[in-house]
Design a protein around this ligand. Sequence first.
Ligand code: FES
Ligand SMILES: [Fe+2]
Length: 341
Amino acid sequence: MIDPDIRRARTLPAAYYTDPELHARLGARVFGRAWQLVDADAAGAAGSVAPFTQTGCGEPMLLARDGAGTLRALSNVCTHRGNLVCTEAGPAQGLRCRYHGRRFGLDGRFISMPEFEGVADFPSAEDDLAPAALATLGPLTFVALDPERPFAELAAPVEARVALDGLEPDPSGTRAYEVAANWALYCDNYLEGFHVPFVHPGLARAIDYGSYETELLGPVILQVAQAADGAAAFPGSTVAAYYFFLFPTTMLNFYPWGLSVNVVVPLAVDRSRILYRRFVRDRALLEVGAGAGLDRVEAEDEAVVEQVQIGVRARGYRRGRYSPSRETGVHHFHRLLVSAA
Ligand code: FES
Ligand SMILES: [Fe+2]
C-alpha cells in the first residue's frame, strides 16, 4: 500500500492517524509483537518485583528479579480467574494473588493453590505465569510479548556505530509529556531532519543540514547529523548526533555527552505520551551542540505534530508525497508499519 519506489509513493493514509478501529488493530498487531523499553530499575534489587504495562498494547506485565539476580518479564495475570498478581513494586520472595491465594515463584512457576484438591491435570504448565522475551542493550532493557524479530536485528546496528559503556542513569533528565497527536505522527516527525531549519532554529545552528544522512537498517532507521563549523562533535569525529529509531516507538539519541532516550506511548488514536530518560557519560558537555536545549526542541516538535493531527483529520487531506532526498526514513517507517499491520 506504500509504493517501494519513494518517487512514486504516497504517504500513509490519514486513517492510520485518525481511525480508532485501525488504531486498536495496530495495538495488537504491532505492539503485541514489538520490543519495547522497560524500566528495569523498578525491580533493581535481587528479590523484587514491579508491575508495568507493555507499551502500546496495554498488556499487564511484571518484572521479577529472583534471589540470584536473574530478571524476568512475566504476565501479571493470575492463571486462576485473571486478577492482577502484582500491584506494587517492592521486595518479594514470591508472588501471591490476593483474590484466592494462588502462589507463584519469581520465575513465574505455579507453587500452590488453596481448595484445589482433586482437580484433574492440575497443576500444569498453563498454571504458570507466561514469560515474555527480555533483552538488554547497554543500560537499556527491552521486553517483547511475542517478538516479531530477534532482538539482535534492533541491537546490532546500534552496537556497530556507538559506544554503550559508561552511560550512567541521570534521573534529573527524566521527562514525561502528553501530546495531542497520534503516536505515528510523532515518529514521522522524528524520522526526518527536513523540518529542522523550519521548526528548530537553535538546533539548526548546531548541525550541518547539507550533510544530514538517513540510513535504513531493517527495523532500525539511523539519522546522522554532522556538526556545524565549530559546534560540538564526538571526540575524533565530526558527528554531532546519531539518532536511532527502533521500530516501532523507541528513539535513542546519542550525543557527545551520552544518550537521551525517548519512547512514544500511544494513549488513544489522537493522544500520546512521550517519555524521556537520560544516561550521561560526560556531564561537562551537556549543554553544548545538538544535544543541548532538548526541552525546547521537544516543545517545538510537539507544537508542530499537534497541528498536523488537526490537519490529517480534515476532509481536505488524504495523503501526501515524499521528498526522495529528505524523507527516506519516513517512507521506510510507513512501509514497516503497513507490513506489520
Ligand atoms: S484470581 Fe488469582 S487466585 Fe483467583
Ligand atoms: Fe524535530
